[in-house]
Ligand binder design. Sequence first.
Ligand SMILES: N[C@@H](CCC(=O)N[C@@H](CS)C(=O)NCC(=O)O)C(=O)O
Length: 214
Amino acid sequence: MAGELVFYTHPMSRGRMVRWMLEEVGAPYRTELMAYGPSMKDGSFRAVNPLGKVPALRHGDATVTETAAICAYLADAFPEAGLAPPPGDPARAPYYRWLFFCAGPVEAAVTNKALGVVVPDDPRMRGMVGYGSLPEVLDALERAVTGVRCVAGDRFSAADLYLASHLGWGMAFGGIEKRPAFETYVAAHYGRPAAVRARAIDDALLAEPQRAGG
Ligand SMILES: N[C@@H](CCC(=O)N[C@@H](CS)C(=O)NCC(=O)O)C(=O)O
C-alpha cells in the first residue's frame, strides 16, 4: 500500500515501541509530536484516535491505533522487512498469541498492579479477570522466552519487538519483576540497530526543554 506514513507520538509513551517498529521497517515517516494535555484530547486529534491517546499512525488513507495493532499492521504493510511470519506459516500462531497476550493480559495485569487494584481472592471473581493473576502472567511469559531468542519461529518479529518492549519497560519502571530469562531476552533484542536508533531519537526529543513536562 502506498501513502505517507504519519506517526503521532510523545517521546515518553508507548510510541517508543512504534518508533522502533518504524525504524525496523525502514520506510520514510513523518513524526507529529503531540503534547500531553488538552491538545491531545481535542476534536482534530480525536478524529485520528477516538481516545485522544498516542501512539497513532496514518498510512495514506488508513488510520491505525493501539500499539500492538500498529506493529502488526506495519509488519503486514511492509512484508519485505520480514517482521511477521507469512500467513500460512505455523509460526503465525505464536506470533498472534504473544502479541495479543501482551496487549491484553500483560497490559491489564501490570496496570492494575501500578494502580493497586487487587482482585478479590474469590474463584468466581478471579475467573472473570482475563489475566488471572500477575504471577501467572509472568510465569507464562517466562516459559515463553526461556531458552529461545524469538517467540514466533526462529526469526525476530513484531511480537518480539512488542514483548521485549513491555518486559524492558516493565522491569525498568518496576511493573514487572526482574527475572534472568526476561533480562536475557530483552538484551538479545534491545541491541538491534533499529532499536538503538529509535531510543536515540526519542531520548533526544525528550531532552528538549519544551518536552520535559510531557
Ligand atoms: N492501549 C493503548 C494505550 C495508549 C495510551 O494509553 N497512551 C498514553 C501514553 S503511553 C497516552 O496517550 N496518555 C495520555 C492521555 O491519555 O491523555 C495502546 O496500546 O496504544
